[in-house]
Design a protein around this ligand. Structure first.
Ligand code: GLV
Length: 311
């Protein structure tokens, strides 16, 4: 039994070392130096080239090196006999919670507008309305591990938090909506919209002109999920028409964001390079080695993904 790391662009050597720190006996191989393909029973993967995973006939489990698994499911040849496990890690969750809290607070305290004032050397303490946190309505799309944790952190800061998910959820202090009817109820009561959804055929392109039109006046957007959630052509018109006040984006349809992309220079868009949170091999390798042992013992796979739902 061998474990393959297939994650072009990531530090595969570091992952291999961390796996072997957990279990020195693990036979770890780094793609494309695979050896005999039939040895590979487990793979750690991040954006593997399409078709490659299908070449390992004995592959049992693919461990996504991120919370999202859309990078695996877009492979038309993804082997349907392999199960998928995703990262659920306190550090990864903390990174997302920090990003959401940072940017919600930045909006709450009008920081983008205050930066403009500073550049213009304007001292005006009344130019931008300050509100109490409980007067700011935050709407979180996606109430999985990440969305729930972000919601709880914002509730602790006294924001008025609502959330939306596919199936009903009950989270103390959070007004929960679900289904398409629920989305129509959430949007008009949202001043700051935070997207933490998985990318699936149902959520692709959800952040579009029609959705922006339903938000409260002067709404702001934070997308820390996937670039595919946003219809990029709809964003600048929504900002220019003042339907939206500002957008903070960590994820894009094409990454790295191409140099000529209009988002880079738009004064109402904050761009971060898909680093809201990172998967830390030091903590995640332990989880993966435990997952491999569980499967080898015949126990259920931890953090298993429902491939039909896509998360
Ligand atoms: C990063 O985007 C992840 O899916 O963890």
């Amino acid at each position: 039994m061998a474990v393959l790391i297939i994650a072009p662009g990531l530090k595969a050597d570091w992952w291999a070392r961390e796996l072997n720190k957990q279990n020195a006996a693990l036979d770890v191989r780094i793609w494309p130096d695979t050896g005999n393909p039939s040895d590979i029973e487990h793979a750690l993967a991040w954006k593997p080239p399409a078709g490659v995973l299908a070449t390992y006939p004995n592959l049992k489990v693919v461990f996504s090196l991120g919370a999202g698994v859309d990078h695996l499911l877009i492979d038309p040849d993804f082997p349907n006999t392999a199960a998928i496990s995703r990262v659920v890690d306190p550090y990864l969750t903390a990174g997302i919670v920090e990003y959401v809290v940072l940017h919600v607070l930045r909006y709450h305290k009008n920081q983008p507008a205050l930066n403009d004032q500073q550049h213009a050397k304007v001292w005006d303490d009344r130019a931008h309305e300050l509100k109490q946190a409980d007067e700011r309505r935050v709407g979180i799309l996606g109430l999985g591990e990440l969305g729930q944790s972000a919601a709880k952190a914002l509730v602790a800061l006294n924001f008025d938090v609502a959330g939306w998910s596919r199936s009903p959820k009950n989270i103390p202090g959070v007004t929960c909506f679900h289904g398409m009817d629920g989305l129509a109820k959430l949007l008009p009561r949202t001043d700051i919209l935070v997207c933490l959804l998985p990318l699936t055929p149902e959520t692709e392109g959800l952040l579009c002109a029609d959705l922006f039109a339903q938000l409260a006046d002067g709404a702001r957007l934070i997308n820390a999920a996937r670039g595919g959630h946003l219809v990029e052509e709809d964003l600048i018109p929504a900002l220019d028409s003042k339907r939206l006040v500002h957008a903070t984006l960590d994820v894009f349809r094409t990454e790295p964001l191409p140099k000529g992309h209009p988002f880079w220079n738009h004064p109402k868009i904050t761009v971060t390079p898909h680093n809201a949170s990172i998967t830390d091999p030091r903590s995640v390798a332990r989880q993966i080695v435990e997952g491999i042992s569980a499967v080898e013992r015949g126990d259920p796979l931890p953090n298993a993904v429902d491939t039909a739902l896509g998360y």
